[in-house]
Design a protein around this ligand. Sequence first.
Ligand SMILES: [Mg+2]
Ligand SMILES: [Zn+2]
Length: 187
Amino acid sequence: MSDAPRRAVFLDRDGTICEEMGYMNHISRLRVFPFAAAAIRRMNEAGLPVVVLTNQSGVGRKYFPESLVEVVHEKMAAELASGGAHVDAIYYCPHKGIDNCECRKPRPGMLERAAREHNLALEGSFFVSDRYEDLSMMYTAGGRGILVLTGYGRGEYEWCRGEWPRQPDYVAEDLSVAAEIITKEMA
Ligand SMILES: [Mg+2]
Ligand SMILES: [Zn+2]
């Protein structure tokens, strides 16, 4: 493990790769965005590690079993694969906010674990999300952030940006545009 840590792209799941559906409590609610596979493939082809970090508190709330999270991720991976794309790892937090775990975003537990387990550098890396709090977490870790306007993004940007201490480094219509920005910035 003497190789230098690599810069990476961290992606939120709901509202970024697939439609924000509220609790994804059934596999039938998974709607991978039609542009997601091509966007992620573009980052794959640029040689960038792509890691997904998602909060799934519905598990901790007992709205659905943890096994469903795996099923959703298998289906998502299959849909991405049919578009020639893959993600290198997926981490999820199954806890509720009041559990006070270290992994629930915007706490940095999953980000730090992913960096450790995959030898990734956070500095210079990107987080792409429809929620500002994910970008804020990434800024604290020394990385950069892109807000996508899918999912909660458009509303967050319209109603909340006045409160943000650091604006998104980029605001992108969707993951496809974000991938364009990232592959240019990280070339
Ligand atoms: Mg989201
Ligand atoms: Zn957690």
